[in-house]
Design a binder for this molecule. Structure first.
Ligand SMILES: [Fe+2]
Ligand SMILES: [Fe+2]
Length: 433
């Protein structure tokens, strides 16, 4: 017979409370871990929602992120809210004001009918059986909201439950704040990138305009600076330089003769070989160019040094300082090759352009004297590749004219010259199969 006096073992309320606390702390710790894990934002929010629902045995819920641009709560994760729950919920100024005033604390749907938000979404909240809305407020900023349905037990939310929800809400708030910060950083980085690109374009345009202005002064060698810029670019890309370095080489070429703007027009345009005095005047242009360019910040290459030393020779017989090989900045040696090539291949007041075979021969003979050999071979290689149809651009053809580039035997001559010029550094090694 059943002992009617048998007493059901009583659950110690203290032990139950302790169990609940341990459970809550466990869930909180897990949530904290979740937020600090470097996984995707959506995944973090989804897991956080499951942890909240699980820890208080809540039937359904969702998390939304607030967009301060569109003034909307956009759902990030949801469970059991049904397909009709809005993906995006608009907030009016009054809602935001009230949410911020109340701070991070759950609002009971049934008791918040005065707020426009709860009036507008009354039906949706009703259908999805949302009982609590927890605005996620941190440091006076609305970051999002958590929507929560009824508890599995059917009990009302206790104030203890609400405290737990606040603690958990804080973790989710941190996750959203982090995400916002990241988005803001990305936006700023993009903005900076755009600004930088704009600046670069402005710089390039200015440089080109400047180069054209320099060339205007020299009526016989019109377009000289622009062509030198393009040849310098060709050499740099043949050397395998990156896009910025190639641009730097081009700029150095465009601006190498900027010092000529202070040289008298009649000297520059003299239709005869200039005398010693005039020559010394003209020879000041590298130094003047350096002084003009030095105060300007150049984003890519050492443009001022290219201007200063583009008439130096590696055998030390150049000017203005008579520097030897390794003392000459590389960019200046590069511009020197481009500059000399253009001087030989354009008509001068007292001299007509020289035929291609003569120019190639001259450059080959002067490799190691005036020119750095690997720069000469890089130049030849670029020309040859274009002649062989191996490069998409036709820059040499555009600069030298079709006729010049179609000089009979030019390709074979370049090939032979390249084979003859022994590699002097790893840069020059190239195999032509
Ligand atoms: Fe020059
Ligand atoms: Fe020049």
């Amino acid at each position: 017979m059943k002992d009617l006096n048998y007493k059901q073992p009583r659950i110690n309320p203290l032990a139950a409370e302790r169990g609940k606390l341990i459970h809550t702390f466990g869930a909180l710790a897990e949530l904290g871990q979740e937020v600090s894990n470097r996984q995707g934002f959506h995944e973090t929010i989804r897991t956080s929602l499951h942890l909240i629902l699980g820890s208080l045995a809540i039937m359904r819920g969702g998390v939304a992120r607030f967009s301060r641009f569109s003034h909307e709560l956009n759902m990030v994760a949801g469970r059991g809210l049904g397909d009709n729950f809005p993906l995006s919920l608009a907030l009016c100024y009054e809602d935001e004001r009230q949410f911020l005033a109340a701070g991070l604390y759950p609002i009971e749907n049934s008791q918040a009918k005065a707020l426009p938000f709860f009036q507008v979404y009354d039906r949706s909240l009703e259908i999805s059986r949302v009982e609590l809305v927890l605005p996620l407020i941190m440091r006076g900023e609305l970051l999002g909201a958590v929507f929560l349905g009824e508890k599995a037990s059917g009990d009302r939310y206790t104030s203890h439950d609400k405290d737990v929800l606040c603690a958990m809400g804080r973790h989710i708030g941190v996750a959203i704040a982090q995400r916002n910060m990241l988005a803001e950083l990305e936006r700023k980085a993009e903005e900076n990138h755009d600004l930088y690109e704009n600046l670069k374009t402005t710089y390039k345009d200015t440089v080109r305009a400047f180069a054209a202005a320099i060339d205007r002064k020299d009526k016989y060698t019109e377009g000289h600076s622009v062509r030198v810029g393009k040849y310098a670019e060709a050499i740099a890309s043949e050397l395998g330089w990156n896009a910025e370095e190639i641009e730097g080489a081009a700029v150095a070429g465009y601006l190498h003769d900027v010092g000529k703007i202070t040289v008298e027009r009649k000297i520059i345009n003299a239709p005869y070989r200039i005398n010693a005095k005039e020559s010394s005047e003209l020879n000041k242009h590298p130094g003047v160019g350096f002084e003009i360019l030095q105060p300007i910040h150049h984003p890519y290459a050492d443009v001022p040094l290219a201007a200063k030393y583009h008439h130096e020779r590696i055998d030390g017989r150049g000017y203005p300082d008579g520097l030897y090989d390794t003392d000459i900045p590389y960019i200046a040696k590069l511009v020197n090759v481009a500059d000399s090539f253009d001087a030989m291949t354009t008509d001068r007041p007292y001299k007509r352009r020289r035929p291609a075979n003569e120019v190639i021969d001259d450059m080959k003979r002067n490799a190691g004297k005036q020119f750095a050999p690997e720069l000469v071979t890089a130049f030849f290689r670029g020309m040859l590749r274009e002649l062989n149809g191996e490069s998409p651009e036709r820059r040499f053809r555009k600069l030298l004219g079709r006729e010049y580039m179609e000089t009979e035997g030019l390709s074979a001559m370049l090939q032979t010259t390249l084979n003859e010029m022994a590699p002097t550094s790893p840069l020059t090694y190239v195999s032509f199969d």
